[in-house]
Design a protein around this ligand. Structure first.
Ligand code: ATP
Length: 269
């Protein structure tokens, strides 16, 4: 039962909350993003699928200001935010829950959550938001004083998401929240993400290797390979695509999958 409502920032004049246009990004000489364009509409859950090294994490790092793209634009409610510092982007409502959680291991659950609100100074509001986080993740309330590195993997993921919520985001960038978790925990966390999306109007950009869980959760999906978007569509359409079924939903044996790549197929764009 919700005790308070987390007021997520809204802008009813714009349906496109986040857009990337022809993003190019490098690690030294390695071109990791080769012109990535995508759109996330307000209130949507959008997933980005792709094999290891496709550029999914790099995409999120560019959006959240951890990396600065070489070329291209990043628009948040049509403001160009490309090159902004991470702090400023958090203030604008962009919250990044990175791969591997990256919680503060030696701090308590409570301290980790308060650090999520570091850009804010209204204590009564922060306390209310803490209550909202506890209503979605009650386990965190019962572990408030526990050191974060002693939590289980699932609890740490919940803490990472809870910390992300404490900045009152308009969009949450989630990098592989299912990593290392049991199917039951993945289901539990994805159910909570769906509730946050519906009840708190939280827009989510979700990077995942667990294609089935991601396609079941999201409204729209992009598929990346080798730094490019190679396919996109409503998740219901993606689920019925032969390529997606073969390469991401396990419709073929592993040995058959390695025989050819997506780009050999006629549907490759
Ligand atoms: P994964 O699911 O394995 O995390 P990914 O789709 O998120 O894969 P990225 O981590 O974005 O892919 O990597 C994209 C490309 O950039 C890969 O070729 C990768 O080897 C390279 N890369 C990523 N991080 C670095 C780094 N710190 N230094 C050099 N190259 C990197």
């Amino acid at each position: 039962m919700l005790r308070h409502t987390l007021v997520v920032r809204k802008n009813i004049n714009s349906s496109s909350l986040l857009e990337t246009k022809n993003l190019e990004s490098y690690y030294g000489p390695i071109m990791a993003l080769k012109g990535v364009s995508l759109t996330v509409k307000q209130g949507e859950i959008v997933t980005v699928l792709g094999a290891n090294g496709a550029g999914k994490t790099t995409l999120l790092k560019n959006i959240s200001g951890v990396m600065v793209p070489e070329k291209g634009d990043i628009l948040h409610f049509r403001d160009n935010i490309e090159g902004f510092d991470t702090d400023k982007l958090v203030l604008k409502g962009i919250s990044h829950v990175p791969e591997g959680r990256e919680i503060f291991p030696l701090l308590s659950v409570e301290q980790n959550l308060f650090l999520g609100a570091f850009t804010r100074n209204n204590n009564p509001e922060i306390s209310k938001d803490l209550d909202v986080v506890f209503s979605y993740f009650p386990i965190l309330e019962s572990r408030l004083t526990q050191q974060a590195n002693t939590l289980s993997g699932g609890e740490q993921q919940m803490l990472a998401i809870g910390r992300g919520l404490m900045s009152r985001p308009s969009i949450m960038l989630l990098d592989e929240p299912s990593l290392g978790l049991s199917p039951i925990l993945v289901k539990e966390i994805f159910t909570i993400l769906k509730k946050l999306n519906k009840e708190q109007n939280l827009t989510i950009l979700l990077v995942e290797q667990n294609a089935k869980a991601a396609l079941d959760l999201a409204d729209y999906g992009y598929v990346m390979e080798l730094g490019r978007v190679v396919m996109d569509g409503k998740t219901n359409d993606l689920k019925s695509s032969k390529d997606i079924q073969e390469f991401y939903l396990g419709a073929k044996e592993e040995s058959q999958l390695t025989q050819r790549r997506w780009k050999n197929r006629k549907t490759w764009r």
